[in-house]
Every structure is written in C-alpha cells, then in structure tokens.
Design a protein around this ligand. Structure first.
Ligand code: FAD
Ligand code: DLZ
Length: 512
C-alpha cells in the first residue's frame, strides 16, 4: 500500500473523470502535469495543437489547485526531455512512493510507461481509460469471431448499449439505424453559414502563445488566429453554440466542400473530446435531446451520434486491437515521397490547396477535406503510407495516433487491405465538383481527363484503378468501375494512364 501517490495527468487527459484522479487523497497525494520536449517533437506538431494542450494543461492545473490539490507543473522552459524524467523529478520533490496514471492514448507512450516501474524503481499503476464508451475489452469481445469488422454493426450495438435514439421497444428511432444517404448534400451556398464565437484569450493563453511561437519557429500553425477553447467550461459553450446554431444543417452538409468556410456546420469539437474537455456521452445525449425538442432533424442528430458513438469509438477499438502491426501495413505498396507543398499548400488544385492551407494555418479541416481531398490525393498518387500518417499526426490539432492512424492508414489510404473500409475511398474530380464550389475557381476542369487543363484527380483516379486492377478485382464493390475501365479502348486507357504518370511526375517533383 502506497501512502503518498504521484498522479501523472497527460496533456490529453484533462478531465476530472480521469480514472487516475478518482482515488486522489488531497492531503497526501501530488498531481503532476509536465510539458516535455519529447511529446512536443515526436512529429512536427501544429503550433495550435501545442498551444491548445499547454494552455488547457495550465488551466487544469489552476482548477486542481483551486479544489485543494497539491499540483506540480513543469513548464516547457524547464527543459525536461521526457515524461519519465519529469516523473522522476516529481517523485523526488514530492516524496511520493508510487505513480498512478490513466493509460495513454498512444501505443508508443504506453510501451514506454510499461517500463517505468523497472527504470524508475517505484510501483506504477495504469488505470484503464474509462472516458471512452467502448473499453478495449468490450471491442475485443465484439470483434471476436467476426469475419468483417464493419463499423455499422458496432454502431448498432453501441446505440442499444447506451440507449441512444431508440424507440421504447429498442428499435431505432424513425425505423432506420442510419441516415447516411441524407448526409451527402453538395454546397452551392444554399444557406448562410453562421459566424462562430471566438473565446477571449486570457493571460495564460497569451503567454503560452508567445512561448510556443518562440520555441517552435519551424512548425506549422498561424497562432495569430488561435481561437480554441482551453477549459471544459469554454468547450461546453462552443458545443452549446453548435447545437443551437449549426446542428440543424449538420446532417445535410456533412459531406460538403465550401470556399467560404473551413468548418461549415461541423461541430469543431474533436480536439476537446480528445483531450478531455468534453465527454462523448454527454455530447450525444445533448444532441438527442435537441432532436427530441425539435431543434434538428433525426438525420442531423443520427449523423452526429454516428460519428461520436460509432466512428470515434470504433477507430480506437481497431487501433488497440491491431497495434503495433497495424502501423506497418501498406496494402497498395505506396512509397512515393510526400511533395514539399504538403507543408505550404502551394499547389494549383484549388480544393487541395484550400484544404492544405487551412490545415496548416488552423490545425483543422473537416472530414471530407481530410478524406476525399487530401487523403484521396495521397491514395491516388501512391504517397508513402508512413509519411502520410506522420503528416496527419503532425498537422491537426485533434491528432492522436489512436484516432489518426486508423482514419489515415485504414480509411483514407486503404492500406490495411480493407479491414476498415469495404472499398477504397478513391474518387475523381467529379465527386469534388458535386460536393462543393471549389472547381468554379480552379484552373483545372473536372470534366476533362487529359490535357493541360484537365483536373489531375481524373487521370490519377483511372491510373489508380489500372495499377491496382488485380487487387481490386477481388472486391465485389469495385466490379462496375473495373468493367467500365476495361470496356474502354486500349489506346484510350493507355493515353489516360500516361497522362496520369506525367501529371504525377510534375506534382511530386519536390519531395518534402
Ligand atoms: P464533426 O464532423 O462535427 O463530427 C463530430 C465528431 O465526431 C468529431 O468531433 C469527432 O469526435 C467524431 N468523428 C467524426 N468522424 C470521425 C472519425 N472518422 N473518427 C473518429 N471520430 C470521428 N479525428 C480526430 O479526432 N483526430 C484525428 O487525428 C483525425 N484524423 C483523421 C484523418 C483522416 C485521414 C480522416 C479521414 C479523418 C480523421 N479524423 C480525425 C476524423 C474526422 O475527420 C475528425 O474527427 C473531424 O473532422 C473533426 O472535426 P469536427 O469536430 O468538426 O467533426
Ligand atoms: C500532444 C502533447 C504535447 C504536444 N505535449 C505534451 C506535453 O508536453 N505533456 C504531456 O503530458 N502531453 C503532451 N501531449 C499529449 C501526449 O503526446 C499524449 O498524452 C500522448 O500522445 C498519448 O496520447
């Protein structure tokens, strides 16, 4: 039995529901929050992400202290290299005899923390992360014996488990489990996009912004535009705003692409959910209540709940079930180097350039930009899977490997051989034209496949189909596309593939 505990709270575990904080004794225990070099540099994190995490950590430190806890907080300027170094120093400072923490979200850190007991010479207890709605054991049991791990069936089980959007007899509200078909509206400026509130920056945040700007001059992120919430209270206000002003159009325009707005009617809350400022079940219940009060349609509410209760929990389950092998998968043997413009957005394809610049400047892009604009390009171009995953892990403010990796490697790049997605999310320029209004201002024409003005997505799409024809032939859902391709005259196919090679050669000229 350990009388004085050191409780480590990581930068993405900033919740009073953190399981390691459940048995804290304020009279004896010390809570540690540490800003350390290794966590800030294992990829070239967007400065928005570092600033959000540091500011939220410092605000959480103040809330803990206000509740009477003893807190040690090491700011980055103290030069601590690793979390282990921070823990060792805090053990010496506090006189604690054991360490408690919630299991970390990433495999990399979990492996390291499992060694601490040996290397630091004190007992270390890692508590299962109870902030998720499907524990890793629950997911393992759900997956056991299934031939295919499709999200839809997991999602239905979760709806029943948490009694969300159900009729009294346990059937789905409205008679259907899924309103995905109503979530695909394209954007032509049909409705006014409401202006988002921007929380005031206090002295803590302003000081963090200055420190991050000075310490990470070569990282992406325009901190002049930092406007993320940094406390649970602020994050809740943002979520309330979403439910009141955007949820009513969320379903219809979930897959839309728009020139005028980076976020359209999206919630912009993944970063808060992922670092503990918002709780997923509470958000789902609030959205269900909004539907029951008539504030949004069932398709809006179901669309949101499917993402949080379904996709978010499902990708975490996949991650922990298949790591570390999952990270090594590369089903299409994609190895082209990442072009340098992934780090500055300077590419002439309008949709891609807009999505990249917004990503780099704000640390945010919505799902269809990540999947069907940037991810689609990476898939069609055969960009190196590891390099693409590391890029996604770096640039988004909400990126942690448990959620980033299955989405990038599995969903966007189909590099897991179809474990997550029943067919590759590959699309030509026509899809992008249908979903949004970027093409109108683009120098390329989505109606053309070859020639100087042809949208590169078109030739790259058919080149991808041609190159992977054998692999794709085993996939029933690709049958129609493959037979359409095969029906075309050989000369025409060759001309398209050669144009695709040429376009790609130009686009990939300067590797990052
Ligand atoms: P909304 O569209 O408003 O959706 C509501 C919530 O649903 C999100 O906040 C998020 O918590 C959840 N959600 C939606 N889709 C997914 C999904 N596919 N997986 C997990 N949760 C989901 N999400 C991250 O949180 N971190 C990442 O690093 C990340 N990387 C991605 C990489 C790729 C290639 C792709 C295709 C998707 C990625 N996503 C990631 C999922 C999704 O794009 C983001 O969660 C979403 O864009 C966040 O914006 P939002 O809060 O406005 O979401
Ligand atoms: C992402 C991040 C960053 C940038 N910095 C810190 C930090 O200095 N201290 C800390 O405790 N956590 C940080 N994090 C979050 C961790 O990287 C995260 O806990 C792991 O990746 C596990 O998900």
């Amino acid at each position: 039995m350990c009388e004085k505990k050191l409780i480590l709270v990581l930068g993405d575990q900033l919740s009073f529901n953190n399981p390691a904080l459940q048995q804290v004794d304020p009279a004896a225990d010390t809570i540690l929050l540490a800003e350390v070099t290794e966590e800030t540099r294992y990829v070239r994190h967007n400065r928005h992400k570092i600033a959000l995490i540091f500011s939220a950590m410092r605000h959480f430190r103040d809330e803990l202290a206000a509740r009477g806890h003893t807190v040690i907080h090491y700011p980055l300027e103290q030069g601590l290299g690793t979390l282990q170094a921070a823990v060792e120093r805090a053990l010496a400072e506090s006189g604690a005899a054991c360490v408690h923490a919630c299991v970390p979200g990433e495999y990399r850190l979990h492996e390291s923390m499992m060694q601490w007991e040996k290397t630091a010479g004190v007992p270390v207890t890692l508590h299962p992360d109870s902030r998720f709605l499907a524990s890793t054991d629950y997911f393992r049991q759900w997956a056991r014996g299934r031939k295919q791990l499709r999200m839809e069936y997991f999602y239905r089980a979760m709806r029943k488990r948490y009694h969300l959007l159900l009729e009294e007899d346990g059937t789905p509200a409205g008679g259907r489990w899924n309103y995905d078909a109503e979530n695909r509206g394209g954007w032509r400026g049909q409705v006014t996009v409401p202006a988002r509130p921007r929380p005031q920056k206090d002295q803590v945040t302003l000081s963090v912004i200055r420190e991050v700007q000075a310490a990470f001059p070569d990282h992406p992120g325009d901190l002049e535009r930092f406007s993320y919430a940094v406390t649970a209270q602020q994050a809740q206000l943002e979520f309330d705003w979403f439910v009141e002003h955007a949820l009513g159009h969320f379903g219809t325009y979930q897959d839309a692409l728009a020139e005028e707005s980076p976020w359209l009617f999206h919630a912009v809350v993944s970063m808060y959910l992922n670092i503990g400022l918002l709780e997923p079940l509470a958000c789902c219940r609030q959205v269900e209540a909004a539907w029951r009060e008539g504030k949004c349609s069932l398709a809006d509410a179901e669309g949101f709940i499917r993402q949080v209760l379904g996709w978010r929990e499902y990708v975490r389950g996949i991650y922990w079930l298949f790591m570390p092998d999952y990270r090594e998968r590369n089903g299409f043997d994609a190895r082209e180097p990442l072009p340098s413009w992934f780090w500055n957005g300077q590419v002439e394809m309008r949709c891609l350039s807009r999505a990249l610049r917004q990503t780099l400047d704000l640390g945010y892009a919505h799902h269809i930009q990540r999947l069907m604009v940037i991810g689609n390009f990476a898939l069609l171009a055969g960009l190196d899977v590891r390099a693409v995953c590391d890029w996604y892990l770096a640039v988004y403010v909400d990126a942690f490997e448990w959620v980033e990796l299955p989405n990038t490697l599995g969903m966007a790049l189909h590099a897991d051989g179809g474990l997550m997605a029943s067919k590759p999310y590959a699309a030509s320029g026509k899809y992008i034209q249908r979903q949004g209004d970027h093409c109108r201002q683009c120098r390329y024409d989505p109606a053309r496949t070859t020639g100087e003005n042809a949208c590169p997505y078109n030739a790259l799409y058919w080149r991808f189909i041609d190159r992977h024809e054998k692999t794709l032939a085993g996939n029933g859902r690709m049958g129609l596309v493959l037979s359409n391709w095969d029906k075309r005259p050989r000369q025409e196919r060759r001309a398209i593939v050669e144009w695709g090679d040429r376009v790609l050669e130009q686009l990939l000229r300067d590797p990052a």
